[in-house]
Design a protein. Structure first.
Lengths: 112, 111
């Protein structure tokens, strides 16, 4: 079964805590993306990676960090510096420029 | 940076009617894509239209692109209750390999 998986589905963060959201794909796509979606809003790009061991900041990278050590995996860490982390986080991958982006089911992050 | 803007923000119609959503953008693009999102779920790709194309069809969906007006429209014909969702346009404007999404249109189909 090909696709993108995200885990966990729900994540709770305590104040001052770093949390990591998982994103895995078996589509053999080079590019991967992390988006944040607030209620009733569109998607805003946090970070993206076009190739292993390389990634670029998106429009709202402050308070987030990523790594891309493997082609299949692109984990996102929400650090304690992100003061308003409550949101729906979506991961996507893309085979090449001009192709469709495929999305995972999302992780909802809530603050305790 | 927000490139695409959808209009209307919300649309409510009766089942069987046609639904039209519009997307405007600011800069030249390589392609424009439409996605659907059911509540609390990930996005599902609907149609990709390239800058040299004017119209594309997929089942009950029709997408048009007018690069001179920097706008696109998504038409859903013979709407069904299952079409209830948010619809987003996203543009690939060249440069970095990334899409810029609009705020979306929330479509409600009433039985």
């Amino acid at each position: 079964d090909g696709g993108i998986t995200q885990s966990p589905k729900y994540l709770f963060r305590k104040e001052g805590q770093n949390v990591t959201l998982s994103c895995e794909q078996n589509l053999n796509h080079d590019a991967m993306y992390w988006y944040r979606q607030d209620p009733g809003q569109g998607l805003r790009l946090i970070y993206y990676s076009q190739i292993v061991n390389d990634f670029q900041k998106g429009d709202i990278a402050e308070g987030y960090s990523v790594s891309r050590e493997k082609k299949e995996s692109f984990p996102l860490t929400v650090t304690s510096a992100q003061k308003n982390p409550t949101a729906f986080y979506l991961c996507a991958s893309q085979l090449a420029r001009g192709e469709t982006q495929y999305f995972g089911p999302g992780t909802r992050l809530l603050v305790l | 940076s927000q490139q695409g803007e959808e209009d209307p923000q919300a649309l409510s119609i009766q089942e069987g009617e046609n639904a039209t959503m519009n997307c405007s953008y600011k800069t030249s693009i390589n392609n424009l894509q439409w996605y659907r999102q059911n509540s609390g779920r990930g996005l599902v790709h609907l149609i990709l239209i390239r800058s040299n194309e004017r119209e594309k069809h997929s089942g009950r969906l029709r997408v048009t692109l007018d690069t001179s007006k920097k706008s696109s429209s998504l038409l859903i014909t013979a709407s069904r209750a299952a079409d209830t969702a948010s619809y987003f346009c996203a543009t690939d404007a060249g440069g970095a390999q990334k899409l810029v999404f609009g705020q979306g249109t929330r479509l409600t189909i009433n039985p």
